[in-house]
Design a protein around this ligand. Structure first.
Ligand SMILES: Cc1cc2nc3c(=O)[nH]c(=O)nc-3n(C[C@H](O)[C@H](O)[C@H](O)COP(=O)(O)OP(=O)(O)OC[C@H]3O[C@@H](n4cnc5c(N)ncnc54)[C@H](O)[C@@H]3O)c2cc1C
Length: 444
């Protein structure tokens, strides 16, 4: 479905009510969730435009990053929603921040490693695909029966556990949560409230503006201990130290020894169950290498959800080609994003279309239900193929493979943050190989 631009005129406002009306009676009825508050607070916290993203990147300074990044009020960039939707690649983000910082110090090393985590999780998703949604290993402690579904009150930020409600309300309002907040929420959900990590993953993903399969699912598995050598646990002292109050007297306002006895079967001292010796590895090359062919003579450009950016090299390489921008409606129907996540993605995509039109190109936005829509658009623009930037998402590659049956597709490979043949068993195993390459690429 082509998205009418008038629905997305004002990036500061929530377009989802108008969108829901527009979709009534179509196959996409139900894409916009009902009974959720307006998305406007998230749009204010993370303005969904390319210029706002560029401004935030230009304003970000690294000083104090290493020392303060674990504090809720620490100096973190809050750029991840823009990285997830491809306004910048991890490589562009790091290149820009490095050039401005201009020296190699603790702040830059730490930031480089954090961007490395994003690249690592993308590699895990590329290697494992949908397997990231099932426990990759057993829990490392005796788990006992689980509660079903989601913790009561979580969807309204009213579980009655004050510190968790503070975190959840921030997430529900803004679509963002500090990394430490995500770790506490995930550990509380999985270990203390005893709900499954998969349910938690679903809940967090649909609200995060930066929600991404690898970083989200694998982080939950790391917290749960199903992709780690031990569970991640915290107590209230740790929350206080890093800036969160409200849970004095709760069952986790105790020492780590008592936590261990109450929640982890006393396994800390005796040693957790060992990790199995599985060694997922980086995968070389893309899922469909034949799509890396040269383009036809008069292609249109296709920009997908992993590259909503005027920085895409494909745009510079084909300066007068018209551009079809799409969000995959089937993926969105499956993922059931919150109103704010949907609004954020749609606004960003429409802002990209607006930017392209202002630079003199033809451009159109699709909520793509079928590859045939792109084929028809190519015919309408009298184009004989599609050139497409690289993607880290195997689902996008499958879409392009299907499109290629009707319209020759040429994917333009991107230089990733690092290209290594490495074990993905842990971040450190990956980073041992990737870091030297990253440091030399950025002359650090
Ligand atoms: C349970 C859980 C779920 C998570 N879900 C996601 C998710 O769906 N999508 C996502 O991008 N990140 C996820 N993270 C990782 C991390 O919390 C966010 O990337 C980070 O909070 C982004 O904020 P920032 O841009 O201010 O980070 P900064 O500290 O400014 O870091 C700069 C960039 O590095 C990357 N980065 C930083 N920390 C991490 C990390 N631990 N893992 C991966 N990349 C990182 C991000 O791209 C970020 O924009 C999750 C973490 C946990 C514990």
């Amino acid at each position: 479905m082509r998205v009418p631009s008038h629905l997305l005129n004002d990036p500061a406002s929530d377009p989802t009510s108008d969108l829901a009306n527009h979709l009534l009676g179509t196959a996409l009825t139900g894409l916009v969730p009902t009974g959720e508050p307006e998305a406007s607070a998230a749009m204010a916290a993370f303005p969904p435009t390319l210029s706002a993203a560029e401004q935030r990147l230009a304003d970000f300074r690294l000083s104090g990053y290493a020392r303060t990044r674990n504090h809720l009020e620490g100096n973190v960039s809050r750029l991840s929603p823009y990285v997830t939707w491809g306004v910048f690649t991890p490589r562009e983000l790091l290149g820009d921040v490095t050039a401005r910082h201009g020296r190699r110090d603790n702040d830059l090393s730490k930031f480089t490693a954090e961007v490395g985590w994003k690249a690592y999780f993308r590699e895990v998703f590329r290697a494992l695909g949908a397997r990231v949604y099932t426990s990759l290993e057993p829990y490392k402690y005796p788990r006992g029966p689980e509660q079903e579904g989601w913790p009561g009150g979580i969807e309204d930020g009213k579980t009655g556990v004050a510190c968790i409600d503070t975190l959840t309300n921030t997430l529900l309002d803004t679509g963002y949560l500090h990394n430490h907040g995500r770790m506490w929420l995930a550990a509380w959900w999985t270990h203390y409230a005893r709900h499954s990590w998969q349910e938690g993953e679903r809940f967090l993903y649909r609200h995060l503006l930066d929600g991404e399969p690898g970083p989200n699912a694998v982080s939950w598995q790391w917290v749960a201990s199903t992709f780690a050598h031990k569970p991640y646990a915290f107590n209230v002292d740790n929350m206080r130290r890093f800036g969160l109050e409200g849970c004095d007297g709760s069952p986790f306002d105790v020492s780590y020894e008592t936590l261990d006895t109450h929640f982890f079967g006393g396994y800390r001292e005796g040693g957790y169950a060992p990790r199995p010796d599985t060694q997922p590895r980086t995968v070389a090359g893309p899922p469909f290498p034949q799509l890396l062919r040269p383009s036809n003579s008069a292609p249109m450009i296709v920009l997908h959800a992993e590259r909503l950016s005027t920085r895409a090299a494909t745009l510079a390489a084909f300066p007068s080609a018209p551009v079809a921008v799409y969000l995959d409606a089937r993926r969105l129907m499956h993922e059931q994003p919150s109103r704010k996540r949907l609004a954020f993605a749609l606004h960003l995509a429409q802002d990209l279309v607006r930017n392209l039109e202002e630079s003199g190109r033809q451009a159109a936005l699709f909520l793509l239900e079928d590859e045939q829509e792109l084929v028809q658009q190519a015919h309408a623009w009298q184009r004989d193929g599609a050139v497409v930037p690289d993607s880290w998402h195997p689902g996008t590659w499958r879409t392009l493979q299907r499109l290629d049956e009707h319209l020759p597709v040429s994917v333009q490979p991107d230089t990733p943050l690092a290209e290594v043949n490495a074990s993905l068993r842990s971040f450190s195993a990956y980073w041992r190989k990737a870091e030297p390459q990253v440091l030399s690429r950025f002359a650090l």
